[in-house]
Write a protein that binds this ligand. Structure first.
Ligand code: NAD
Length: 412
């Protein structure tokens, strides 16, 4: 049994608590979400029928700053999954050291079955029902699975209808609508920095490293392009329609062109077709899940052939799978480190919005890189002092920051 997403996150968190030896009361306080909002969203469909959907916003912790985290549109969205993702955001923002807490939102919907107009109405409904709980100094959403700059622009616009001009209420906006250069690529770029640091530590480089990537959306496609540019060999990519494999390396720019033109990978005919399951167990140096959660389980962890699993997606590895991989000597680069690039540049976007001033892409990318280098160094120190995996070290470093902020602000 792999357990729920929230159970998985709490087990990883517990390993961090155990390494630190915290008091049970402190653990309980750090683990429990501060607020959970569940809303019913009713929209008029294009055919005049009513569409009925459930949305969530879970605000996990705000000891270090406003709640912060993405908004996901997917059929798989449940309260449990959003609780897990919100908690991960608390630890991610602390680990990469941006002054935020953690939150996450989601709507249980298959956006592929909705028209653009219906998605806009759904987004505006979500804001109408949650605008009292979000805001530039309270809770700042961002893109996640199946949401993008356009959805963030609607969110900003609708929130401003209630509260006046407030671009800092949401990040991941298009550059023309108060977004930041470099935000679109940020999560993929962060994955590239994380992998580079991990490989360098082990005496290796990105060049000629063979990488299989599951998911070719915002995160997967940017990671693939940036890693390809650095000389890595991307042997496989996939999306919800299936995967493609070429052991000598895929032509990533051509694949990206195909997806930009067709909307997905389907019918790309210049490589061997594989399933998403097959991709996970291919022979490669690095496996990068960049789509959905719980894809690595106790059923396939023994078959993973990669030396490294870089978690570009949130929560791709079940607790049982993590134990199997660790035992087999596979290094798991945990999500709260690997995919923290998005929230880092979201922070830079928020700062620019508040200052009404724009930074250059070079400045954004340099500052992003610096945070990854620093976070990686801190991880290595904690791995050595506590004799723990990189994942537990990540939780230890994050928990310590959140605990200190909580205690310094005062417990009542
Ligand atoms: P996206 O919607 O842009 O892309 C998702 C990709 O996953 C698409 O290629 C889609 O076809 C594929 N996919 C969906 N269901 C699948 C399935 N069942 N099997 C295989 N592939 C499937 O989303 P994204 O923003 O790239 O997010 C991907 C992951 O990265 C998520 O776990 C998200 O939480 C995480 N993440 C995203 C960001 C961000 O800035 N967007 C930041 C941190 C973490």
């Amino acid at each position: 049994m792999s357990g729920s997403a929230y159970e998985t996150t709490n087990k990883y968190l517990q390993d961090g608590f155990d390494a630190l030896g915290l008091a049970p009361k402190t653990e309980h306080m750090l683990k429990t979400p501060a607020r959970e909002v569940r809303v019913e969203l009713v929209i008029t469909r294009d055919d005049e029928s009513l569409g009925n959907f459930i949305g969530y916003r879970v605000q996990h912790d705000n000891a270090r700053g406003p709640f912060k985290g993405g908004l996901r549109y997917d059929e798989s969205v449940t309260r449990n999954e959003v609780q897990s993702l919100a908690s991960l955001m608390t630890w991610k923002t602390a680990l990469i050291d941006v002054p935020y807490g953690g939150a996450k939102g989601g709507i249980s919907v298959n956006p592929r079955e909705l028209s653009t107009g219906e998605i806009e109405r759904l987004t505006r409904q979500f804001v109408e029902t949650t605008h009292e709980f979000i805001g530039p100094t309270t809770d700042i959403p961002a893109p996640d699975m199946n949401t993008n700059g356009q959805v963030m622009a609607w969110l900003f616009d609708e929130y401003s209808n209630f509260h006046g001009f407030e671009p800092a209420v949401v990040t991941g906006k298009p550059v023309d609508v108060h977004g930041s250069v470099g935000r679109d690529a940020a999560t993929g770029r962060g994955c590239m920095f994380a992998l580079r640091e991990v490989l360098n530590h082990d005496g290796d480089t990105l060049e000629d490293t063979e990488i299989a990537i599951q998911g070719f959306g915002n995160v997967g496609s940017w990671a693939a392009r940036l890693l390809h540019d650095k000389g890595a060999i991307i042997t496989a990519v996939s999306d919800i329609t299936g995967g493609y494999y070429d052991p000598t390396g895929l032509d990533i720019p051509t694949i990206y062109e195909h997806v930009s033109a067709e909307g997905d990978l389907e019918s790309f005919d210049d490589a061997t077709e594989i399933t998403n399951q097959e991709l996970l167990t291919l022979e490669c140096d690095v496996l990068m899940p960049a789509a959905i959660g719980h894809v690595l389980t106790e059923d396939n962890a023994d078959d993973v052939q990669a030396d490294y699993v870089l978690e570009a997606a949130n929560g791709p590895t079940t607790y049982a799978a993590d134990q199997i991989l660790t035992k087999r000597g596979v290094t798991c680069v945990p999500d709260i480190f690997a995919n923290a690039g998005g929230v880092t540049v979201s922070y830079f976007e928020w700062v620019q919005n508040i200052q009404h001033f724009s930074w250059s892409e070079e400045e954004i990318n340099d500052q992003l890189e610096e945070r990854f280098v620093n976070a990686h160094e801190a991880l290595r120190e904690t791995m050595a002092t506590h004799d723990v995996t990189m994942r537990t070290a990540a939780f230890v470093n994050a928990i310590e920051r959140v605990r200190q902020a909580t205690e310094m602000r005062g417990l009542q």
